[in-house]
Design a protein around this ligand. Structure first.
Ligand code: AHR
Length: 520
């Protein structure tokens, strides 16, 4: 169905000529065709999922403040954070990790809080974890958010029995030992749990396994992960590859096959390198373009891993689950290096927009994605400082893109010029489009060029739009960001740069912006 995923470059010969002369070609015109009459697969709202780990100030302080906190809370979970997240309609929340998942022992996190044993969070700052936020608190959080839980089990340092019992504890309604233990701890009915991960990053922090060894372990653990609720069988997610590790996907596809319903993929956009990732807020145009070039790599990764999955699963019954993605900067100066606390600028918003457009374009295979992480860690939606809270530019992108949740993907053909800087070159525009159940078409566009507006002419075969309206997220500088003193420095505003034409619409996309348009 898809005609062209990535932008078709034009003026190629001229660009090459100019590049040869050491001149960067910059054009500010683009054309787009949105095929409103040939809707493709449904864009699962699960693509807009979140990830919350016991890491730094994500769970503790970010979500959990405890019942006795002066910060307004409901059963220990802060109200301001829940209210803000409800606005972006979080469809699914992954927990408890991450690397933490493979050293987490769930029985330490149930029962009276004052009696719960502590542990050392060895991956993240070596801090002592008091286990006050455990299974009951997580499901309470999901219920307050109206979101689906996604629990990741411990393969690396946990036993098969432990995993089996956790699933019984959460999902069994029988008069059985674990279900009765849950009742004893105050929860009569089992929770509704669909998504269950069998280990995390088993090639690294989850156990340093080879794909063959992990595939065998998946089969062993998974055998004992039972469907206690037969009406609602678990959707089992196997640990997948890190970025370019295509062999991992091949081995898992061949050795595990249909025993898994989902196979994960992790990819982080690191502006510099893993030793010197770069500041979240202090950067120049060369960092801007390098970061966006790396974010665009997600398209290649999804395409190539999907092609490997297609070999054994041409019907696409196994979902690609990108359950960790996002931008990874150096931590904010003066903060604990193990806590991964970073600011979030307009650049992060563009990374989010580009990545979500890519996931939409691959809706036939990408069935869930979870940005890392929801609060106070990596590319967050929300930052907190004691009783204060702000939402980030990335949050706003998630809010703007809610229009795509469960809508049908529309094929797009984009022809745009390149944006170049310092010898680096990327397409200047990035797009996806969808049609919702009411027939309304939405188009999300990113102008990656920080200097130049793009004049876009769009045809929409299959729709004669009577109106176009929208919103835009941009800011004066590439590194503009929200602070606790100026929390609204970056926020979406109404967009008046689009108008209806004979066969579609025309729009002027401001430099460095994310735009959502609605066609009726
Ligand atoms: O999101 C932070 C960490 O990144 C996760 O714990 C781990 O799975 C990944 O390496």
């Amino acid at each position: 169905m898809m005609k062209t995923r990535m932008p078709v470059r034009f003026h190629v010969a001229a660009a090459l000529l100019l590049a040869g002369l050491g001149v960067q070609a910059q054009t500010n015109n683009a054309t787009l065709i949105v095929q409103a009459d040939t809707p493709g697969p449904e864009i699962s709202r699960m693509i807009y999922g979140q990830f919350a780990e016991h890491l730094g100030r994500c769970i503790y302080e970010g979500f959990w403040v405890g019942e006795d906190s002066p910060i307004p809370n409901t059963r220990g979970i802060r109200n301001d954070v829940v209210q803000a997240l409800k606005k972006i309609k979080v469809p699914v929340l992954r927990w408890p990790g991450g690397c933490f998942a493979d050293e987490y022992h769930w029985k330490d996190g149930i029962g009276p809080r004052e009696k719960r044993p502590a542990m050392i969070n060895t991956h993240w700052g070596g801090v002592v974890e008091n286990n006050h936020f455990g299974t009951h608190e997580f499901f309470d959080l999901c219920e307050q958010l109206g979101t689906e839980p996604y629990v990741c089990g411990n393969v690396g340092s946990g036993t098969v029995q432990e995993m089996m019992e956790w699933v019984e504890y959460m999902t069994s309604n029988a008069d059985s030992p674990m279900a009765n233990l849950r009742r004893q701890n105050g929860r009569e009915q089992p929770w509704k749990l669909k998504y269950f991960g069998v280990g995390n990053e088993s090639w690294g922090c989850g156990g340093s396994m080879t794909p063959e060894f992990y595939a065998d372990n998946f089969k062993r653990y998974n055998t004992f992960v039972k469907n206690y609720d037969r009406e609602n069988p678990l959707y089992r997610i196997a640990c997948g590859a890190s970025d370019f590790d295509y062999r991992w996907t091949e081995v898992l596809s061949a050795n595990v096959g249909r025993r898994m319903q989902g196979l994960s993929l992790h990819y982080y956009t690191v502006p510099g390198n893993w030793q010197h990732k770069g500041s979240a807020t202090e950067f120049g145009e060369s960092d801007w373009i390098a970061t966006l070039r790396k974010a665009l790599v997600m398209d290649e990764l999804v395409t190539r891993h999907a092609a490997l999955m297609d070999k054994s699963d041409p019907e696409k019954r196994i979902g690609m689950i990108v359950d960790e993605w996002g931008i990874w900067h150096d931590v904010e100066p003066g903060t604990n290096p193990g806590f991964l606390y970073q600011q979030n600028t307009l650049r992060d918003a563009l990374v989010a927009g580009v990545t979500l457009n890519i996931f939409n374009q691959h809706a036939d295979r990408v069935k869930m994605a979870n940005i890392a992480q929801t609060v106070n860690v990596l590319q967050s939606m929300i930052l907190t400082d004691k009783e204060r809270m702000l939402v980030t530019p990335t949050y706003h992108v998630f809010e703007m893109f809610t229009v795509h949740h469960d809508a049908r993907l529309l094929p797009t053909e984009l022809a745009c010029g390149d944006y170049g800087s310092g010898g680096d070159t990327i397409p200047s525009v990035n797009v996806s489009a969808s049609r919702n159940k009411a027939g309304v078409v939405h188009v999300t566009l990113c102008n990656l060029n920080p200097n130049t507006a793009v004049n876009l002419a769009c045809r929409v075969p299959g729709l004669k739009p009577g109106s176009v309206s929208g919103r835009v997220l941009t800011a004066p500088e590439m590194n503009t960001h929200n602070t606790f003193d100026a929390p609204d420095a970056v926020q979406p505003v109404s967009f008046d740069g689009a108008r209806i034409t004979g066969d579609g619409f025309a729009a002027t996309l401001p430099a460095k912006s994310v735009v959502v348009l609605e066609l009726k």
